[in-house]
Design a protein around this ligand. Structure first.
Ligand SMILES: [Zn+2]
Length: 298
C-alpha cells in the first residue's frame, strides 16, 4: 500500500512537475517566430507554443506563456504585424499558457477561454476560498469572454473555430481550428514531447484525451497541420499513430487489471516497452489509466 501511495505520488509529482517546471531564468529565453501560412505563425519561447493570426483585423494569439516573457512576446508580434493585439485565446489554465494574460489585457486585448478556465483561475488563486479576493493583476488576467462548447472568430480572412470536446488534458481544453489555413492549435491535449499529461485534479481524463483525438481525426483531413502545445507541427498520421498507441496501452492495462494485477505490478510489467524510447517515462500516465479503469473493469 505504501508502494502504491508512492507510485501515485510519483504520478502526481510528474503532473505538477510539468506544470511547475517553469521558473527558469526567463532573461535567456528567445521568442522565435515560425511562419505556417500567409497570416498564421507560431511563437516558440518557454511554455506552450503561441499560435498567431495577423492581418488587417488585428492580431489574435492562442496562449501567452509566462508573464516575464510578455514584453518579448509583444515585441515578436510587432515584428509580424503593425496591427494591435486584439484577442488572446487560452487553450487551458496552466501557467505556461496563461501567465501573460494580465499583461496582454493591459494592452487592451480581450481574453477568451472555456468557462472552466475562468472558474479554475478564479478558484485557484483563492484556493477555492471565495472570501479571499483576487489581486487586481489576477483579476485582469481572467478571461472575460467565456464559452462552453464553441465560439467562432471571423478575423483576417479566416474563420477561426474554437471548440471544446470534453475532459482531456484538463477540464477546460479548447482546440483552435484556423479553417482557411487548415491548421489546428491543440493546446496540450495533443503533444509530441511525451506521453499524454492528464491533470486529473483539474478535470482532465485519459479517456477524454482518447475521445479528443478521435474528434480531431473526424474534423480534420490529410492536409491538416496540428500545432501542439508542446512539440512540433504534425500531421493527421501523427495524431492517428499516437491514438493507436493509446488504444494499445489502454487495452494492456485493462487486461492486466482483469488478470488481477495491482498498480505496482502494472507499473513494473513493461507494458509500454516499445514506446518508451520515443515517448519517455510512462510512470505519469499509467496510474491515470489504471485509476480511470479500476472502477470500470469487471
Ligand atoms: Zn498544460
Amino acid at each position: 500500500m505504501k508502494q502504491l501511495a508512492k507510485l501515485l505520488t510519483a504520478g502526481l509529482a510528474c503532473i505538477s512537475g510539468s506544470l511547475m517546471a517553469a521558473q527558469p531564468d526567463f532573461s535567456e529565453v528567445e521568442i522565435i517566430p515560425h511562419q505556417l501560412s500567409d497570416n498564421i505563425y507560431y511563437l516558440q519561447g518557454q511554455g506552450g507554443n503561441i499560435g498567431v493570426s495577423v492581418g488587417d483585423d488585428g492580431v489574435f494569439i492562442v496562449d501567452d506563456q509566462f508573464a516575464p516573457l510578455s514584453e518579448k512576446i509583444l515585441d515578436a508580434l510587432e515584428g509580424l504585424s503593425d496591427e494591435p493585439l486584439r484577442f488572446v485565446l487560452n487553450t487551458h489554465h496552466h501557467p505556461d499558457h496563461v501567465g501573460g494574460n494580465a499583461n496582454m489585457a493591459e494592452t487592451g486585448a480581450v481574453i477568451i477561454a472555456h468557462e472552466n478556465v475562468r472558474t479554475i483561475l478564479s478558484n485557484g488563486f483563492t484556493g477555492g476560498d471565495l472570501s479571499k479576493s483576487l489581486t487586481d493583476e489576477q483579476k485582469l488576467g481572467l478571461p472575460i469572454v467565456t464559452f462552453n462548447d464553441t465560439v467562432n472568430l471571423h478575423l483576417n480572412g479566416d474563420s477561426i473555430h474554437v471548440f471544446h470536446v470534453g475532459p482531456g488534458h484538463t477540464g477546460g481544453d479548447s482546440f483552435v481550428y484556423f479553417m482557411e489555413d487548415n491548421i489546428i492549435h491543440t493546446g496540450d491535449v495533443f503533444r509530441t514531447t511525451s506521453y499524454p499529461r492528464v491533470d486529473a485534479g483539474s478535470g482532465g481524463s485519459f479517456h477524454g484525451i482518447v475521445a479528443s483525438y478521435e474528434r480531431l481525426l473526424e474534423v480534420s483531413n490529410a492536409d491538416t497541420r496540428f500545432l501542439p502545445g508542446h512539440g512540433v507541427v504534425s500531421s493527421q498520421a501523427d495524431v492517428r499513430e499516437q491514438l493507436q498507441m493509446f488504444y494499445t496501452i489502454h487495452n494492456r492495462v485493462q487486461d492486466a487489471i482483469r488478470g488481477g494485477m495491482t498498480l505496482e505490478q502494472i507499473m513494473s510489467a513493461n507494458l509500454t516497452t516499445e514506446y518508451d524510447d520515443r515517448w519517455g517515462d510512462p510512470t505519469g500516465i499509467l496510474p491515470v489509466i489504471y485509476n480511470e479503469l479500476i472502477g470500470l473493469v469487471h
